[in-house]
Each structure stands twice: as C-alpha cells, then as structure tokens.
Design a protein around this ligand. Sequence first.
Ligand code: 9MR
Length: 386
Amino acid sequence: MTMIDRRGILAGSAALLAATTVRAADAPAGTLKAATASKGRRFGSAFAWSPAGADAGSFANPAYAALLRRDCDVLVPENQMKWQAIRPAADRFDFSRFDPMVEWATTNGFALRGHTLFWAYSRWFPAWLNNHDFGQRPAIEAARILDQHIDTVTKRYGRKIDSYDVVNEAVDPDTGNLRETSLSRAMGGTANVLDHAFRTARAAAPHAELVYNDYMSWEDGNAKHRAGVLALLADFRRRGTPVDALGVQSHIGLFQPTTDAGVVAKRLEPEWRAFLDRVTAMGYRLVITEFDVRDKGLPAAIGPRDRGVADFARAYLDIMLSYPQLGDVLAWGLSDRYSWLRGFEPRPDGEVTRGCPYDTDLKAKPLLAAMLAALAGGVRQVGQAA
Ligand code: 9MR
C-alpha cells in the first residue's frame, strides 16, 4: 500500500476525530496535518508516556493529547522504545510504558514511527550492554542479542509501526568516522553491526520504511558529520544494505548572536542543498524526524526571538519541502513546556527555550504559522512503495 493510500484510509478516522477535538486557542487557521496532507505527506510529533493526568508531553495529559489530535497523523515515542527503556537486561524486555502508547495511538487513528531499533552510541546503551560478556564466540552472541531485539520489537507491533529509525547516530560528528561500541568490537566493526540491523529489520518488518537517522545539520561546524553520513550512505548502497531513507533530525539552531535569521539561512542554503542533492541522487528518500529550533543566538525578548525562530524555520523547511523525495515531517514535541531543549540546551540567560510551535501555555506561536505556510507551499511528495 502506498503512503497516499494509507492516508486515504486514515482520513476517515481523522475526520471523525476532528469533530471531537478542541481547537487550540488563537491558533492560525488550519492544522499542521492538513497543511502537510495537501502535499501528500504526513505530519507528526514525538510524544511520551506518563501517569494519567500528569503535566507531561504525554498522551495521558488531555491538554497535550488535544494538540496531538489536532495536528498529527503520525507519532513517535520520544524515549519509550529505546533499549534503555525496553531492554533492562540481555534476557528481559519491558514494554509496560510503550504498549499503552501504541494502544492509545492506534485506537485514536495515528500511525507510528519506531525510534529506535539501534542507537549506535555507547553513551545511550543500557549499562549491561556496554559491559556484556560476549563469551567465546562474540560475533555470534552480539548478533543474537541484536536480532532478538529487532525481531521482538517489530513482531510485537507488526503493521502498527510503519517506519523505523533502524539505526540512530552511528557517525561521530567530530571525525565523520563510525562510532565503536561493545557490539561493533564483538562483531568485527560497526559496518557489520549496521548492515546486520537493517537486514534483520527488513526480514522481520518487510512492510516498514527503514531509516538511517542522524543529526548532521546545515549550521557551521557540521561539514565532517555530513561527509561521514554521505560516506556511510554510499557504503550502504555499495553493499546492498536495505536502507530506504535518511532521517534528517532537524534540530536546527541559531547559536551565534544574530537579529537576522534570514541572512544566516541564505548563507547556509547552498551547502545544505548540495548535501541533500547527493543523498537523493543515491536514491534515498528523506524524512524530517525530530524538528525543532534552538534559539540561543537570538535575543531574549519574545517578539524578536519568535520572529527569528519562525524565519529560520521557514527558510529551512522551504528547502526541505522543495524535495519531492521528502516524506514524513515530525517535530520533536509540539510545546516548549515539555521540550528536551529546556534541559539539554538551556539558554545562557536562563530564559525558557522557544523552539516548538506551541508555547509553555500550549498557545500557538509565530513558528506554527511559519510551519503551516511552508508545509502547504512545499512541492508534492513523489509516491512511494512501502
Ligand atoms: O529528547 C530525548 C531526551 O528526553 C532523552 O533524555 C535523550 C536520551 O535518550 O534523547 C532525546 O532524544 C534524542 C533522540 O532520541 C535522538 N536524536 C536527538 C534527540 C534529542 O537529544
């Protein structure tokens, strides 16, 4: 079934949902999912698990759930499908948080992306995997652990998850080389691990789009990271590794003081297009998997800050959406209230970061209007077989 066919089927349930959905106060006309659908794409967001009614970016928080319903076709778990969450030990899985997320998403008519089957970075491995004793035949034991993980997750959710970040962040941004991990040491190199992950995923979930996801971005300082990702993508093609798309995380940002985001964007555009041209020339589709905007370089005052975030995002999304190979567009959360940026990328002046389309009161911001305009104005996605 093509993405467009699936959307047709989803549209019926989405229309039903819309009737019961509370419209976000003072939001500009139109929803992100409607703007995105007008060009044959799906819009989505990360979401979380929490106890019922908790103040969290969770399906179990009615105010946040209303935003998800309003704007999203597709959801992705921010943390609850990671090894750290679902694989507490080599011989044990724990789906107690992710299961209810999948249940809620599917009963409410959302599609799901899976993030991530393998985060290729020891920093985010569960401790047991960093310290695992791979025994006498390490390559076999490592492959067994990886296969068991991918098989267990993909078979448990079947067609409920139609796109996976099979591998996340395998390239070291400082060198462009592949990161080493306990699994790569056991299996004779990172390339073996990554190929193995994609081949296992294709066999276990032949219906799903398989994505290599990374944060090489368009700002200054990312040249080595982009080159490393291009080399990896070329190697995948050379070896026949089944990878369908590059997940462009899109945690874009203005880091140096500026009052004119448009000028910065214009300067960054040519190299970024050159990168995307090379990716798509290799036959990869593109997915925006984790969009948000880091606003450190912008003034604290909310007016100019929100304007800068919106302008920078508009320029970036216009470029991305000019590629017919671009499929899903997902934000890494819809509200500044629950964004990872608050904790991971705090502003030096202590002001709350404003990188999401809705603010800490879940009110629409200029970024939402910029996203709506860019999404509705993009070129139509080319059909894809999935
Ligand atoms: O937003 C996520 C944060 O809550 C987690 O603590 C962190 C570590 O698991 O991961 C964050 O999400 C990352 C994603 O999984 C991969 N790309 C970068 C995201 C932001 O750091």
